[in-house]
Design a protein around this ligand. Structure first.
Ligand code: TNX
Length: 533
């Protein structure tokens, strides 16, 4: 009997330990986690210390994250005696973004060699506290965090989420909310799709008509583009970010260790720009900012030297605004019909002995890359830029066909953005009637989670060219911010885990268990996520 009791007690305590582990609903799951039996209680007199100048901003960010829901003052000062210590250490094995986090009853200590690592340690601490910590006003809760020892660092350096603001403009304040969500999921890259046929969204001082004309369309298609007959809403739509707003957003993102990679589409997806500057198109127009979805034949005229001046001037201003290493120049879906008929484009093909229109697009890409390289930047583009003649220093976003392995084998940096697993504009549940209209296709959260960013069959050596992965949010059918959140969440939580955690450590069942409490965090943060079946 006694033995039995012992066994039962042992089993129980073992069970409660493993239950406890499941209750650590951390997303993304850390590289290594050990629990202890202690608990840390954050109370109203708690103080936060940082050890040096590098640790100051992450300490202040953490305080600003913990204040609204606790209602505590949480003063931040230099030193080592605070209840929460933000500690810069030397440890090359933690890399650029790794950290350690120790929680016991006396103190929380976050240690890392970089400010990014310290920031991520803070994000993990938030997830150890009750989910109410994500609320923006005081909550009546005991702020207990379980004792743990965590050592953590990401698998991939490009952990991205793309946002299309051309098809439907999204206000600057919401873009900040979006960035906050990337940061809390330890995603570090926001790919900002700023130009397309349906609207130009960034103020360019040298070309003011981009804000006056290209940023506005007079109406928008109702329903899916395949529906006939077509009808339109008759309501003007548009907007753009001033350079001051952009600078403010870039700084907001920097503090949260999110790099914004801006995209300027070259040479296709460009009618909005051509509507303002028709002389830059092959036919000379007139053009109208597009009110429907799909691929247009219209394209910038590559045979006109003024077009190159336009592109380079735009990129100059973009580089001034965005400090990112990579600048995205699009390159996708650029039909060659106009170039085939255009005497100026044909002349350039002959003059440069390019051979054909595909080589003309490679020429355009190389010119843009040279221009960016002179400024110390790298070019990244959609996988259509991956053609004979592309230089190795350009990185490629793989979105369609089976190109990933070849891109990495060619030595180009690869970002996996594949439409089969990472297009968040597709349906997330099988029953379409239960969801708002989407572009089509089906990307359930399981499918996102199953993706391994390393293309199959790639050698270990070539796998080093895989920068990481990102999901796309194209917004043809996503007019509102609530709808955007519904499409993003909770799929973005799976994206966070597949880009942070080593592929062999993923476990969908375990992830799903952690996701349930994680959804409460989203709830407290005011996110309109999709309810899972
Ligand atoms: C293809 S993916 C596009 C976008 C559309 C998207 C819709 C890519 C590089 N181009 O222009 O919005 O499909 O899913």
């Amino acid at each position: 009997m006694a033995l039995c009791k012992f066994t039962a007690a042992f089993t129980l305590s073992f069970l409660s330990l493993s239950l406890h582990a499941a209750e650590l609903s951390l997303i993304p799951w850390p590289d290594s986690v050990q629990e202890n039996s202690e608990q840390f209680q954050l109370n109203k007199d708690a103080r936060i210390s940082y050890t040096d100048a590098n640790a100051r901003e992450p300490a202040e960010m953490l305080a600003s994250y913990l204040r609204p829901a606790t209602g505590y003052q949480l003063p931040v000062s230099e030193g080592t005696t605070g209840d929460i210590l933000i500690d810069t250490i030397e440890d090359a094995t933690l890399g650029e973004e790794g950290y350690t986090l120790e929680v016991n009853k006396e103190q929380v200590r976050i240690a890392a060699p970089t400010a990014a690592g310290l920031f991520y340690g803070g994000q993990t601490l938030r997830q150890l506290l009750p989910t109410e910590i994500y609320a923006d006003h005081p909550q009546v809760v005991q702020w207990l965090a379980p004792g743990v020892q965590i050592r953590d660092q990401p698998q991939f350096s490009w952990r991205g989420q793309h946002l299309d603001v051309s098809r439907h403009f999204k206000p600057a304040d919401w873009v900040k909310k979006f960035i906050d969500q990337l940061a809390q999921h330890k995603l570090n890259t926001m790919h900002w799709h700023l130009t397309d046929d349906q609207g130009w969204r960034v103020e360019i001082k040298a070309y003011p008509k981009l804000s006056e004309i290209s940023a506005w369309r007079h109406e928008t298609l109702i329903g899916h583009r395949s529906e006939k007959p077509r009808s339109f809403d008759g309501t003007p739509h548009g907007g753009y970010y001033t350079q001051d707003e952009i600078r403010d957003i870039v700084e907001y993102a920097r503090k949260r260790h999110v790099t914004i990679v801006p995209e300027i589409e070259i040479p296709g997806h460009s009618i909005a720009a051509l509507a303002a500057y028709p002389e830059l198109g092959c036919t000379g127009g007139p053009y109208e900012v597009m009110t429907t979805w799909g691929i247009s034949k219209e394209i910038y005229c590559a045979g006109n030297p003024d077009t190159f001046t336009f592109w380079k001037t735009v990129l100059d201003e973009v580089c001034e605004l965005f400090p990112s290493k990579y600048i995205h120049t699009g390159g996708d879906e650029a039909p060659k019909d106009r170039w085939e008929q255009c005497p100026k484009c044909q002349q350039l093909i002959t003059d440069l002995s390019l051979g054909d229109e595909h080589a003309l697009q490679v020429h355009v890409t190389l010119e843009m890359e040279q221009h960016l390289l002179k400024k110390g930047r790298r070019l990244i583009g959609w996988d259509e830029i991956f053609e004979d003649g592309l230089s190795q220093t350009a990185a490629v976003m793989w979105w369609h066909k089976n190109k990933g392995k070849a891109i990495a084998e060619a030595g180009n940096g690869l970002v996996v953005a594949h439409s089969g697993s990472l297009y968040f504009d597709k349906y997330q549940f099988r029953d379409k009637t239960s969801q708002p209209l989407a572009i089509g296709g089906y990307v359930p959260i399981e499918k996102v989670y199953a993706l391994n960013p390393i293309p199959e069959g790639l050698s270990t050596e070539d796998a080093s060219h895989v920068l990481g992965a990102q999901a796309q949010l194209w917004t043809e059918y996503i007019p509102t911010t609530e709808h955007a959140e519904y499409m993003l969440f909770p799929r973005l939580c799976a994206l966070a885990e597949i880009t942070w955690l080593a592929p062999e450590r993923k476990n969908f069942q375990q992830f799903s268990k952690r996701l349930a409490p994680h959804l409460q965090r989203l709830e407290h943060a005011g996110i309109h996520y999709a309810e899972l079946d």
